[in-house]
Write a protein that binds this ligand. Structure first.
Ligand code: PML
Length: 272
């Protein structure tokens, strides 16, 4: 690779061998020490507990990261978990995912097993990943400094400028570049964090407040996939480095109706 060198830095922390927290990004050489300090601090002070195992991997990337845009972001305007769940069903089924698959994803994310990676599910709800306990961890994604500054500025206006939202948006933006992935459901495994999201190319990244009750320690991600070669998808998710260098609009609260209408607007604009 000619030109600038990039490094993938990944952290995962566990307590009593149970996954507790993780973080990752793509950085230049001069940033490595600061990032390692920040990630270590995060693992040691996580509100879920005190990590007794912290793994940090620093890897020089042999492949230049592909440049991508972030997904547009908004927040669903709903306050009751049942309404949020119904809205998630409506949005995901409008892009071709069956109710059976959506149900299966909600049920699996509630089973109380926190997987290190994401579930891969076909649109009928059949699990496709080779290791059903570990799932597939999405790695080797990051954001350029300029794009991060732009993202922070937009999120700050919504009082959302924090690493949880940014990292989830970066991850989803990588995942949904891959045409085989139709949609995603994410529920945080942090018992104090009750906002999840659904993501897709059709609608972008939609935050779902009150997707779970406070104090519930389960969560995870399900990617709904269709067609294509699973091995190639897993290779992309785990190995292909991508760097976000353009930020799409981040908006505040939208109703379900407004969200659903946006898709049809986008579609008709696409036909013009
Ligand atoms: C996680 O715990 O990594 C999931 C975070 C979901 C973030 C949802 C949001 O607030 O945008």
């Amino acid at each position: 690779m000619s030109g600038r060198l990039y490094y993938s830095i990944r952290m995962r922390a566990a307590e009593n061998s149970v996954h507790m927290s993780g973080a990752e990004g793509i950085y230049e050489k001069g940033d490595i020490l600061d990032v390692v300090r920040e990630y270590t601090g995060r693992a040691l002070t996580h509100e879920k507990g005190r990590a007794d195992e912290i793994h940090i991997a620093i890897e020089e990337l042999k492949e230049k990261p592909g440049r991508i845009s972030s997904l547009p972001l908004c927040t669903l305007n709903a306050t009751r978990p049942e309404a949020v769940r119904k809205a998630a069903f409506k949005i995901l089924s409008s892009i071709g995912i069956t109710d059976r698959a959506i149900d299966e994803a909600f049920n699996s994310l509630r089973m109380g097993i926190t997987m290190r990676g994401a579930m891969l599910m076909d649109i009928e709800g059949v699990r496709l990943e080779p290791d059903l306990l570990r799932g597939v961890r999405v790695t080797r994604m990051g954001i350029s400094k300029n794009a991060e500054a732009q993202l922070s500025k937009q999120l700050a206006k919504l009082s959302l400028d924090n690493s949880t939202v940014k990292e989830a948006l970066i991850l989803a933006s990588k995942v949904h570049r891959y045409p085989m992935v139709l949609g995603e459901l994410c529920i945080s495994d942090d018992p104090n964090y009750t906002t999840g999201y659904i993501a897709s190319r059709a609608y972008g990244y939609i935050r779902l407040p009150h997707i779970k009750k406070k104090g519930v320690p389960y969560g995870g991600r399900a990617f709904f996939v269709t067609g294509g070669e699973i091995k190639e998808l897993i290779k992309y998710l785990q190995m292909t480095p991508v760097l976000i260098d353009k930020i799409k609009p981040c908006e505040g609260m939208l109703t379900l109706k407004e969200i659903l209408e946006r898709k049809s607007h986008r579609k008709s604009r696409g036909r013009e």
